[in-house]
Design a binder for this molecule. Structure first.
Ligand code: A2H
Length: 253
């Protein structure tokens, strides 16, 4: 954990009904996978959500209407930030594993893809954020490599019960132009560094540094309400829109 507080935007990715058997007792409620991101301006390019297969999650009542699927640890933190039906006391409707979440169809804010699926990522940390991550393979090297792994390895898909149609139709969507790396910066930087998989941690760290080595001011939105603005300006504007429209909440840790 860092010393600086981290301010995350929690993206409310709605679980579409009909719910699978495991989630049936929540049918009729508004249930969301709540993904922690620092990059709300990239949400147009979401292709899927990530969960840790062996991770422990729960479905927690956030207020009278909304239920968030997140880690217990995140639910406790949220309960001290006015994000629990009962203040300072998380109420868990259902305990879940990451496996239970794989394949859930989701509707996520701003995403050009109308439906995206929850898929396994093996490098998610359960001691950070909510344990749920949204995937933007155009701009995140981690997301790009994890999606590539699933696309290129049928054995990996079958190991986790991932259907082809949850993965194969989803292409990288350009959202941002980075003068050094083009419209699909994560793909470019992963290719340049010859990164082999989502587990190549050192090279992925290098990729993330390289991508923004020249700063953010010439890195520009290609789509959406703030098209043409650089991402430093667009980031808080999009964060505010998402919050004001009830599609996201702020969470700090
Ligand atoms: B970011 P920091 Cl497009 N485990 O969102 C692993 N990764 C996690 C996580 C967890 N428990 N919780 C959040 N994250 C990811 C978008 C994005 C992100 C883009 C580009 C870069 C990027 C779409 N994924 O992050 O360690 C989330 O992915 C680069 C690091 O708290 C979140 O923002 O600084 C970011 O890591 C938070 O990382």
């Amino acid at each position: 954990e860092g010393v600086q507080p981290q301010d995350y935007v929690l993206i409310k990715m709605e679980v579409l009904s009909p719910f699978p058997d495991k989630l049936k007792i929540m049918e009729g409620r508004k249930v969301y996978l709540a993904a922690a991101t620092l990059r709300p301006e990239t949400m147009y390019g979401q292709t899927n959500s990530w969960v840790l297969p062996d991770g422990k999650y729960g479905a927690f009542e956030i207020n009278d209407t909304d239920v968030f699927i997140i880690t217990q640890r995140a639910a406790l933190n949220l309960s001290y930030q006015k994000l629990s039906r009962i203040p300072e006391k998380p109420t868990c409707l259902l305990e879940l594993s990451g496996y239970d979440l794989i394949g859930l169809p989701l509707k996520s804010p701003l995403a050009f893809n109308e439906i995206i699926y929850s898929l396994p990522m093996l490098t998610i940390r359960t001691d950070e954020g909510t344990g749920i991550v949204t995937s933007v393979p155009s701009d995140s090297p981690d997301d790009y490599m994890a999606l590539q792994d699933l696309k290129s390895k049928p054995a990996l898909r079958s190991k986790f019960g991932v259907k082809d149609e949850w993965v194969l139709p989803y292409e990288v969507i350009p959202v941002i132009n980075n003068p050094g790396f083009g419209d699909k910066a994560a793909e470019k930087v992963c290719a340049d560094l010859k990164i082999k998989s989502q587990n190549d941690k050192e090279k992925l760290a290098e990729a993330k540094e390289l991508q923004y080595a020249k700063g953010f001011t010439d890195v520009v939105m290609l789509v959406g309400e703030f098209k043409g603005k650089n991402i430093e300006e667009a980031n808080p504007l999009i964060r505010d829109v998402l919050q004001e429209t009830g599609q996201a909440v702020m969470y700090s840790e």
